[in-house]
Design a protein around this ligand. Structure first.
Ligand code: SF4
Length: 700
């Protein structure tokens, strides 16, 4: 029996895998502190996804099988040529929250420290970049202060833009169990849709899409006018309260104004404000509904402002809490796989650059942030980027303006894709395909939403010629001529030790991310590493449950910063031609672009095809029925999907799941509809607010 970690969402559940001849038995790991044995439908069906059908098992050049030597030499030689002709900034890496931390670290090291460009970004840009930016503004670092247990200890849990029941199901199970045991625990769900999560809510606020800042600025103003501010905390431990309170007052002062702006009843707004004001032990959970917005960073800070104004941070059951979408989105944030980070929570500051270059003994180092996800593909179309290496992700489905991504890959001089899946919308465009190990075959670590580092362990044999991602990157680095010593890794443990040591170098007691206690783990210690929460400075520690208990933040003045925010509307508003607001998100049983969960018949049985969910009133006006095919179009593209009618949608709003791809449903790639509008600070795309029209499908 092997203890490992689920490869899907950011809850990061522990799993036990038992292999018996031809069967694998997957169970929840009762000893893992994220799930204590629980699993959701996706985790429980993992054994259905392990076959080798559709696996990429051998390197390919122009879709012909070749040796590793040929494929790696081709990549390295093309990189050399392009760098010689156009400079290092003509190379880009687009990586993924599916990668293990060790893979991520080596990819980032090669790009920023050896090629000397920061044009490496991760698909986590699509899921939590706004939380990263909001945390950095408020705390001086990308620190999630709380932990899962805080949701169980709270007297009030506010879920904003988070369908926890479907997107973080085991955390939802823990919350639901806590509510069962302690009926005084109140739950407020703030979401334009009535979701499965709303079932356990004491109050559901069906907020008008995009108006969160009005609601939270209104809350901040309410806390001030009703004498609920913690002035002692504000005075001693924060900065910027005056300006933030002024903005809150100016954006919408009264409950009737806020109710009108947010499309809510005055009674519901007043009830939420009263609940928040009187409940010290409050946790506010936020996710994609907050992050995936052109004002995502401001939304995050408007929430954090309310916690800081009441001193609700760093205490059991009292914290703002962002939940990450992917299994290792947090690991990507740690290693600097976002184009605007350096590594180990360090930035592009001269002293950080010098420290990292010295540590890596690297010939160059990227001096400034690189291009973010959407910008990377625009830069290919503009002719600035000539080569892209895509690792473990499917941008032709998942990025906004997905047809432009297709165009970009179609015209790029060199497209390298390393993946475990042979046929995706993205592998179609690859000149070089590099087979990577899949879950169950590889070794490394991931970090979940509560900063908990857990091991992923192999329990299956290596199929075909597949290799670990870190090995593939390292072999390219060697062929690029970089010092053997810089990429001399023999195992993921070697990489982890180096990374842990770097986190201690940068720390010197002044910053948050520090796992230097793990820098000297032996191979055997690494192999048996139990889940730990960073920061931790000794291998015998289990780590830090919650941060900021001492109210020491990572800003220059050690104070938390309230941010003055004025609300602003989403960039594209519905109009006469495109009268509906399209919202996108997950279904209960599918994961990302379905390359794995799509293999499981039991998972497909929940929802077997894509759909658009629409309010009965709108369906009546359009004269469409349940099961009809409709065309949903934006200014950029269209999809053809089935109709679901539900009053869980508000009139004027429609919802389409994000999962379906061009391989399983040629006309259901919802990314093709989404405009490439991004938050100006975080670069995160606005997936939740696209004007569309809905028409009965007319076959050509
Ligand atoms: Fe996996 Fe997330 Fe389900 Fe846990 S909740 S089993 S991590 S998908």
């Amino acid at each position: 029996m092997v203890q490992t970690t689920c490869p899907y969402c950011g809850v990061g559940c522990g799993i036990t895998a038992e292999v018996n001849q031809h069967t694998v038995t997957i169970k929840g790991d009762k000893t893992h502190p994220a799930n204590f044995g629980r699993l959701c439908s996706k985790g429980a069906a993992l054994a259905d996804t392990l076959d080798l059908n559709d696996r990429l098992l051998y390197p390919e050049l122009h879709h012909q099988r070749v040796s590793w030597e040929t494929a790696l030499t081709k990549v390295a030689n093309e990189f050399k040529r392009i760098i010689r002709e156009h400079g290092a900034n003509a190379i880009a890496f687009y990586v993924s929250g599916q990668l293990l931390t060790e893979d991520y670290y080596v990819a980032n090291k090669l790009m920023k420290g050896f090629l000397g460009t920061a044009n490496i970004d991760t698909n986590s840009r699509l899921c939590m970049a706004s939380s990263v930016a909001g945390h950095k503004r408020a705390f001086g670092s990308d620190t999630v202060s709380g932990c899962y247990e805080d949701l169980e200890l709270a007297d009030l849990v506010v879920l904003v833009g988070s369908n926890l029941a479907w997107c973080h199901p085991v955390l939802y199970q823990r919350l639901a169990a806590a509510k069962e045991q302690r009926p005084r625990l109140k739950i407020v769900v703030i979401d334009p849709r009535y979701t499965a999560t709303s079932d356990i809510a004491d109050l559901h606020l069906p907020i008008r899409s995009g108006t969160d800042v009005w609601l939270f600025n209104g809350l901040l103003n309410f806390l001030r006018t009703h004498d609920h501010l913690d002035y002692e905390f504000l005075e001693a431990h924060t900065h910027g309260a005056g300006a933030a309170l002024k903005s809150a007052r100016e954006s919408a002062a009264t409950i009737p104004q806020i109710a009108q702006l947010c499309g809510l009843t005055e009674m519901d707004v007043a009830e939420f404000y009263r609940l928040f004001a009187k409940t010290d032990k409050t946790v506010t959970v936020y996710s994609q509904g907050v992050n995936q917005s052109s004002a995502g960073t401001d939304k995050v800070n408007s929430i954090i402002n309310c916690h800081l104004a009441t001193g609700r941070i760093g205490k059991p059951g009292a914290t703002p809490f962002s939940v990450t979408g992917q299994p290792n989105a947090m690991g990507g944030r740690e290693v600097g796989a976002l184009a605007n980070q350096l590594v180990a929570h360090l930035d592009f500051k001269p002293e950080h650059l010098a420290l990292v270059q010295q540590f890596w003994q690297s010939p160059v180092i990227a001096q400034q942030p690189g291009l973010k996800a959407v910008e990377l593909y625009d830069a290919i179309v503009a002719g600035q980027i000539k080569a892209i290496w895509i690792m473990a992700t499917n941008p032709v489905v998942s990025l906004p303006h997905a047809d432009k991504v297709k165009q970009a890959l179609g015209m790029c001089e060199l497209v390298v894709v390393s993946d475990c899946v042979r046929y995706t919308d993205t592998t179609e465009f690859a000149h070089v395909l590099l087979p990577a190990l899949a879950w169950g075959e590889k070794e490394g670590t991931v970090t979940n939403s509560e900063r908990r580092i857990s091991r992923q362990r192999a329990f299956l044999p290596v199929p075909g010629d597949a290799k670990p991602d870190w090995w593939i990157i390292t072999e390219v680095a060697r062929r690029l001529g970089f010092a053997e010593t810089a990429f001399a890794y023999q195992s993921s443990a070697d990489i982890f030790r180096e990374y842990a040591a770097l986190s201690g170098e940068q720390n010197k007691g002044t910053r948050d991310f520090d796992i230097s206690g793990l820098a000297n783990l032996s191979d055997a210690d690494y192999q048996r590493l139990s889940p730990v929460q960073w920061p931790l400075k000794s291998p015998t520690e289990v780590g830090t449950t919650r941060l900021f208990s001492d109210y020491q933040f990572f800003t220059a003045d050690n104070k938390a910063h309230l941010i003055a925010i004025m609300p602003r509307a989403p960039v594209h508003l519905p109009n006469r031609d495109y009268p509906f607001i399209l919202n996108t998100g997950r279904t209960r049983d599918q994961w990302h672009t379905m390359t794995r969960t799509g293999k499981s018949a039991r998972l497909l049985s929940h929802t077997s095809e894509s759909y658009v969910e629409i309010h009965p009133q709108d369906a009546g006006l359009l004269r469409i029925q349940v099961g009809d095919l409709v065309t949903v179009s934006s200014e950029l593209g269209q999809v053809v999907v089935r109709v679901k009618i539900s009053d869980h949608q508000q009139p004027g709003n429609v919802f389409i799941p994000m999962h379906w791809n061009g391989q399983n449903s040629s006309q259901a790639r919802v990314g093709a509809l989404i405009p490439p509008v991004t938050d100006p600070i975080s670069g995160q795309p606005e997936f939740k607010h696209t004007p569309v029209k809905v028409e009965r499908y007319q076959p050509a």
